[in-house]
Design a protein around this ligand. Structure first.
Ligand SMILES: [Zn+2]
Length: 264
């Protein structure tokens, strides 16, 4: 009989037996346990509480899986977290890109345009891309395809069409205060976005105010070396004729100075 305060007794052959407070012998420490996931047997040392638990419940549910399975679980957990982050970016892109262009099949876009997209590289000079050409040349789909790639590189991309831009310009001065504030915030966000898609320059003749705001934004973006991707149906001469003579030259100079222009 062991002493009153003795709770552990060591036998030979690496076997352990424990005398419990009531004098009975605790179950022997299991040395080999089975991985719940892969079924592999592996060595695991149980502490006193775990041994008690095992005796009572006859299950090793408190034991972690084998090392390989634990590592695999950790890898899976990291992959799932990465996939969830990626899904978030995909979801955000759906808020930026008009639904029609979300369905673009890049393999069907014009080769010349796709080459320009592939050749465009991140740069510190604010160099963007401009697609010029008649309707039906997939210019908008091309800029949104490029925008999607940049967004999926986890960079800030915003997009606006010339028509929507004109609405934001007038909205800053008309309507309720809330509407004015919202337009001003949206306008500022476009101007300051690291990458901006400006679709359909010259879709309609610029009003004096829109032209002024457009120039202001372009000026701000180019002087801060922010990159703009744009599309226009009209070539530079035709665009110039849609603007006031004193501003058209400055606008077109900035567009051509800060973009590789691709004629489609
Ligand atoms: Zn396992």
């Amino acid at each position: 009989m062991a002493g009153n305060d003795e709770t552990e007794k060591v036998y030979s052959d690496d076997k352990f037996e424990y005398i419990l407070p009531d004098g009975t012998i605790a179950p022997q420490r299991p040395q080999e346990v089975q991985c719940k996931k892969c079924g592999k047997t592996f060595h695991h040392e149980l502490n006193y509480m775990q041994r008690m638990w095992f005796e009572k419940n006859k299950v090793f549910d408190f034991i972690p899986n084998c090392e390989e399975c634990c590592q695999q679980e950790e890898t899976e957990r990291k992959e799932q977290a990465a996939a969830a982050r990626e899904a978030k970016w995909v979801k955000q892109w759906e808020d930026i890109c008009p639904p029609l262009y979300l369905r673009t099949d890049a393999s069907r876009l014009p080769k010349k345009g796709m080459e320009a997209i592939t050749e465009w590289e991140y740069n510190d000079d604010g160099m963007g891309l401009g697609f010029v050409g008649p309707p039906g040349k997939c210019k908008t789909r091309l800029v949104f395809e490029l925008g999607r790639r940049i967004h999926m590189d986890h960079k800030e991309v915003k997009a606006v069409s010339a028509t929507h831009f004109a609405r934001l310009c007038s909205g800053q001065f008309m309507g309720s205060d809330d509407r004015k504030d919202a337009c001003e915030r949206a306008f500022g966000a476009l101007a300051e976005s690291d990458y901006l898609i400006f679709d359909d320059i010259g879709k309609q003749k610029f009003t004096e105010r829109v032209e002024m705001e457009f120039f202001g934004m372009l000026e701000y973006r180019t002087s801060n070396l922010l990159t703009t991707f744009w599309t226009a149906n009209a070539g530079s001469k035709e665009l110039a004729s849609m603007m006031s003579p004193d501003r058209s030259e400055a606008i077109i100079r900035r567009l051509s100075e800060f973009s590789t222009i691709v004629q489609l």
